[in-house]
Design a protein around this ligand. Structure first.
Ligand code: COA
Length: 327
């Protein structure tokens, strides 16, 4: 094949994850709020979540996940081009989590920035990284989602505090020249609707010591929008690539709620074994949920090289989107 037939793409060459040591079961939550394992499990599929200890910050966890992704790909930190961190819970307003992770990894050559798109942070980050790689700006980007939602949860609101957990996931994207039917990020589609900002938000900037920031959500409204917007985003990805749901090997959805995941899987007609679910173990880890789920399914051998993987997420903003990747 001549070089002219090759195109520059962003390949996913490594993933990594970090979950805090402390596991908090639904039964543990009943000691803190008026709830039950049955209520949480039936409505959301969540059985447990991880909560961070004081030292397990967004930087600490993101660096651990990023280090693992670099090691999996065999790329030295010194060779890394850029770091993008999707987070709503940075340690500080600045320096950014990304730049703190750059220091922790010793990724001296890399530039970096945080990206605020709530639970869509990983898909947004992946889209930006893909565009930078395709444009030739960088050859490698570490896309990380790292979240410490336990620090912005309102434990007086049982309708939200049982839904979220902490953790970090990372994916390394590297430039490669591949044939049209080869591996890489095939497409990303991003959306937002700021008129729906009031159905899921954090009331105030993190770091305002006299007014702790808290997550606020109208769960019913979020649920109402989620399945149709997500189904639209995944259909958009398939149409753009001339594919149908039957071509998809795995759906790796944002892990907010098992009922939303099942709803999208059903709309696509995908059997349950082709939908990756970690919400039972991790709860909703916002921007970290997709890379955590992706890492879990790659390391347990379900997602193999060559697999066609569809990602989707929706989060506060509202923001939502999809990405199609061939491993
Ligand atoms: N334990 C026990 N009972 C609870 C509870 C809890 N943790 N949280 C709420 N309830 C109660 C409510 O007080 C209410 O009681 P009432 O009928 O006596 O007033 C009842 O359960 C129903 O509450 P409601 O909020 O209407 O429940 P729901 O069926 O809408 O389920 C969610 C709530 C949050 C599980 C659901 O709306 C949801 O999953 N939404 C999407 C959320 C999401 O995924 N967000 C993240 C997107 S990134």
């Amino acid at each position: 094949m001549s070089d002219a037939a090759l195109q520059r793409r962003a390949l996913l060459t490594g993933t990594g994850a970090y979950l805090p040591e402390q596991i908090v079961s639904n039964a543990d939550m009943t000691a803190r709020v008026d709830t039950s394992d049955e209520w949480i499990a039936e409505r959301t599929g969540i059985k447990q979540r991880h909560f961070a200890a004081p030292h397990e910050s967004a930087t600490f966890m993101g660096a651990a996940a990023g280090r693992a992704a670099l090691a999996a790909a065999g790329l030295a930190p010194e060779a890394l081009g850029a770091i993008i961190v999707g987070t709503s819970t940075p340690d500080n307003a600045f320096p950014s989590t990304a730049v703190q992770i750059q220091a922790a990894l010793g990724a001296k050559k890399a530039f970096g920035f945080d990206l605020s798109a709530a639970c869509s942070g990983f898909i947004y980050g992946l889209s930006v990284a893909d565009a930078m790689i395709r444009a030739g700006q960088v050859d490698s980007v570490l896309v990380i989602g790292s979240e410490v939602y336990s620090r912005i949860l309102n434990f007086a609101d049982r309708g939200t505090c049982v839904l979220f957990g902490d953790g970090a996931g990372a994916a390394l994207l590297q430039a490669r020249d591949v044939p049209a039917d080869g591996a890489g990020v095939l497409s990303t589609h991003l959306h937002a609707d700021g008129t729906l900002g009031d159905i899921l938000y954090v009331d105030g900037a993190t770091g305002l010591r006299d007014k702790p920031a808290h997550l606020v959500m109208n769960g019913r409204e979020v649920f109402r929008h989620a399945v149709s917007l997500l189904a639209g985003a995944v259909t958009e990805a398939l149409t753009a690539n001339g594919l149908t749901a039957a071509d998809i090997d795995f759906l790796v959805p944002h892990q907010a709620n098992k009922r939303i995941i099942d709803g999208v899987g059903k709309k696509l007609g995908l059997p349950p074994e082709r939908v990756i679910v970690t919400v039972d173990r991790h709860a909703n880890t916002s921007a970290a949920s997709i890379p955590l789920a992706l890492h879990a399914a790659i390391t347990d051998g379900r997602i193999k090289p060559g697999a066609l993987v569809l990602l989707e997420a929706l989060g506060g903003g509202l923001t939502w989107g999809s990405a199609l990747i061939r491993l």
